[in-house]
Design a protein around this ligand. Structure first.
Ligand SMILES: NC(=O)c1ccc[n+]([C@@H]2O[C@H](COP(=O)([O-])OP(=O)(O)OC[C@H]3O[C@@H](n4cnc5c(N)ncnc54)[C@H](O)[C@@H]3O)[C@@H](O)[C@H]2O)c1
Length: 407
């Protein structure tokens, strides 16, 4: 009974271990498709493990092996992989070159600390394999520009891990504001992220700007990508005010003091007149994101909330207020629970669906290297603005770095 019917199969049923007693031949609705592709993970810490789980949940690809110099990272990856698949054990590579050039492998998922991305990409790109590179693509403008140039000539898929676009609230906001154009012409965009402090990392790389690019590059490139997307234009001026108010003020690692900010207000103006702002607070006892878009035809507000309280309330909210012109709506956009819980509200899962779709030549809306570049441009301009206490002209900044082609 292994032929494929037309019944609606879903992963909630097919991946549910309570059906593991079924002989392979008797699986029909619970038939699990054999993966067509194999990926290697370079750097298997917090995000690498999420990519591993999600790859296996998505199902069209499997994880073949891992390269990670931290033995505990590989040990945990191996353990978690054994709970996800009994097909094989994870291959442990001794060198980056070996992981990048294994002939059995179709794609590379790079989730190492930000400052390592540039050197890893220089090696990975020699393989010609499909690449999913975590955000932010680099910590400096020169390196970001370098990767844009490398990617221009690259024949295989080169995708940037800006997957917030696929969280349920943003996916629906994109649908309402950009596809359906329910709000008319967009004029202002406001995004807020309030959350707990940066988590512990291997060698605590995220506590130092020289390794992460700074808070506004490391974390906030996701929101700058969304602002760029909703503005549908290029950023021209960035002003940021922020500082280190609460977190890591006493933190030292290897005798070096942390230098990252934990709160900021960032204003970005776009070349079509759209105004945006971003409000960050990283000493909040919850994860909360909010988006407000105002157009000349209406207002959209969306929020996502993870507050650890026992009192239940919907995680996601989206409202579209269209006055007397069209019907308004108040909704709770969400994905099936097992997808939402697989990481970043389901954003990572759909990033993988579209990564495989990209490999198969389908048209998707995943973040391109160019879009990754512009999210880093806004983050770096915001970090510079903080330090200099003045607004940064994006054109001037790009000229200063000799990147006239973008200005
Ligand atoms: N897209 C998202 O939502 C999201 C979320 C979290 C992190 N990230 C990004 O993922 C990347 C990794 O972050 P993380 O939170 O997993 O950090 P982490 O410290 O938890 O894991 C990084 C792993 O990379 C390994 N590593 C370090 N240098 C390496 C090298 N040269 N080669 C191979 N492995 C190396 C470390 O040993 C560690 O296991 C960062 O770029 C981060 O910004 C993205």
């Amino acid at each position: 009974m292994v032929d494929k019917g037309t019944e609606m199969r879903n992963k909630y049923i097919s991946r549910n271990s309570k059906f593991d007693y079924l002989p392979d031949n008797d699986r029909y609705l619970t038939l699990v498709e054999q993966p067509k592709y194999k990926f290697n993970i370079i750097g298997c810490g917090n995000m690498g493990l999420e990519h591993m789980r999600v790859t296996m949940l998505e199902g069209r690809a499997s994880i073949h092996g891992v390269f990670d110099p931290n033995p505990k990272s590989f040990k945990l990856a191996k353990k978690q992989f054994s709970e996800l698949s009994t097909e094989h054990t994870l291959v442990e590579y001794e060198t980056l070159e070996m992981a990048c050039n294994d002939r059995d492998v179709d794609g590379l998922i790079i989730c190492t600390p930000n400052y390592t991305h540039i050197d890893i990409i220089k090696e990975a790109i020699k393989s010609g394999k499909h690449i999913l590179l975590e955000k932010p693509m680099t910590t400096t403008l020169e390196d970001a520009h370098h990767i844009v140039q490398l990617a221009k000539k690259y024949k295989a898929v080169f995708q940037i891990g800006l997957q917030y676009r696929y969280k349920a609230i943003y996916e629906e906001a994109i649908h309402e504001a950009l596809k359906r154009k329910a709000l008319g012409d967009i004029k202002t965009v406001s995004i807020m992220e309030h959350r707990v402090p940066f988590l512990d990392k291997v060698k605590q790389w995220n506590k130092f700007s020289k390794y992460s690019g700074g808070t506004l590059v490391e974390k906030c490139c996701h929101y700058f990508d969304l602002m760029n997307l909703f503005a549908q234009a290029k950023p021209v001026q960035v002003y940021a005010s922020g500082g280190m108010a609460v977190n890591f003020k006493e933190f030292e690692y290897g005798k070096e003091k942390s230098d990252i900010i934990d709160n900021a207000f960032v204003t970005v103006l776009y070349d079509n007149g759209v105004r945006t702002n971003f409000n960050l607070c990283m000493f909040s006892p919850l994860f909360y994101e909010e988006l407000v878009i105002c157009g000349d035809g209406g207002r959209l507000k969306a929020s996502e909330n993870e507050d650890f309280l026992s009192a239940g309330r919907p995680r996601n909210h989206l409202e579209v207020m269209l006055g007397e012109g069209k019907p308004s709506k108040i909704t709770t956009p969400c994905y099936p629970k097992h997808i939402e819980e697989s990481g970043h509200g389901g954003g990572t899962y759909y990033e993988h669906v579209y990564f495989v779709d990209n490999i198969e030549g389908k048209n998707t809306s995943t973040a391109t290297v160019e879009e990754g570049f512009w999210s880093v441009v806004v983050g770096i301009a915001a970090e510079q603005s903080l330090k200099q206490g003045k607004a940064i002209s994006v054109e001037e900044m790009l000229k200063e770095y000799g990147l006239l082609t973008y200005a």
